[in-house]
Design a protein around this ligand. Structure first.
Ligand SMILES: [Zn+2]
Length: 322
């Protein structure tokens, strides 16, 4: 049987080339609606981002997912440049983010579910569209996305979000890639899980992100993990939310319940957490320099860390499901 590959901005790579993986980062965000909402959502200097990427590689990192979807200030050409200059594997995202990150009258609002599904699938199978922060997709490059990113906002499954999730699920199914979801504070991830499962997305292709900061009730985490999905935790080095020791407790709690094969981690970087933009920032290599040693100090084993940083990532992309 042919080994399944994972699509990066430089082309397909084999699972064994992925190494240490960070499943939800940001290395390029252009100036637009995201920045207007929050000034740290601007990562516009590819030379600086390249320096952070190089630092990550030097610390032992190998692969990141860039979680900025098209139409929402994604800069796929910068991702390609950063990857070419450093050798870091970068997996780009198609899909959609919270609607507050798009200008009024954006095509995402008016396109039909079928149109959206075709657009997302095209980005995964042919190439990502250019200039789609404002214009309806037409011109594209041959740089391909490798994952579908989506977002559950606190308004939950209103009709427009149902349309967007239906299109995102269709594209993830058609291209057999994971569907990654931003989970917002006070949203209902359990209802979303049922909705996506109903659409045919296999639980083992779903990654729910940020639940460590968005959903304080850990029983909800366990309920979803027991359904088979992956949780990506990234409230690490984000002390306005909680300490790294609290984060370790959350990992330990899930591991104690037997879910070590379904956990992933990352930093969800912004301009404020990349060292090349702010010398006082934690930096893209904080997991390797600081958090992984802390996990080891608190009894999380090397084997468990290898699952969280590599094997689980490979599984969510490549395991076969019927
Ligand atoms: Zn993010």
């Amino acid at each position: 049987m042919k080994m399944k590959t994972i699509m990066t901005v430089q082309g397909p790579v084999c699972p064994e080339q992925l190494g240490f993986c960070q499943c939800h980062e940001h290395l390029a965000i252009s100036r637009g609606a995201s920045w207007e909402k929050n000034p740290v959502l601007l990562i516009d200097d590819p030379e600086k981002s390249t320096r952070d990427a190089a630092r990550l590689l030097k610390s032992g990192g190998r692969t990141v997912v860039d979680a900025q979807p098209g139409g929402c200030n994604r800069v796929e050409h910068d991702l390609l440049t950063i990857s070419q200059k450093t050798g870091l594997n970068i997996i780009a995202s198609t899909g959609f983010h919270k609607l507050c990150f798009y200008p009024e009258h954006h095509w995402l609002y008016t396109a039909s579910p079928d149109e959206l599904c075709r657009i997302f699938t095209h980005e995964l199978t042919v190439g990502m569209y250019s200039s789609i922060d404002t214009d309806f997709p037409s011109g594209y490059s041959y740089i391909r996305a490798g994952i579908v990113k989506s977002a559950l906002d606190r308004e939950n499954l209103t009709s427009i979000y149902q349309k967007l999730f239906t299109a995102a699920a269709g594209a993830a199914l058609a291209s057999d890639v994971p569907l990654m979801v931003h989970i917002e504070q006070d949203s209902d991830p359990v209802s979303l899980f049922s909705f996506l499962k109903e659409l045919g997305v296999h639980p083992k292709r779903m990654i729910f992100c940020h639940m460590d900061r968005a959903i304080p009730d850990l029983d909800i985490h366990k309920k979803l993990l027991s359904e088979g999905i992956f949780l990506e935790y990234d409230t690490i080095g984000r002390f306005k939310y909680h300490s790294d020791l609290r984060e370790i407790e959350i990992f330990q709690s899930m591991i104690a319940e037997g879910f070590e094969d379904q956990l992933l981690f990352s930093l969800d970087t912004t301009r404020a957490r990349l060292k090349s933009y702010d010398p006082k920032a934690i930096g893209l290599d904080y997991l390797l320099t600081t958090f992984v040693p802390l996990m080891k100090d608190h009894g999380i084993t090397r084997q468990q860390i290898e699952k969280i940083s590599h094997h689980n990532f490979v599984k969510v992309f490549t395991d076969d499901h019927e």
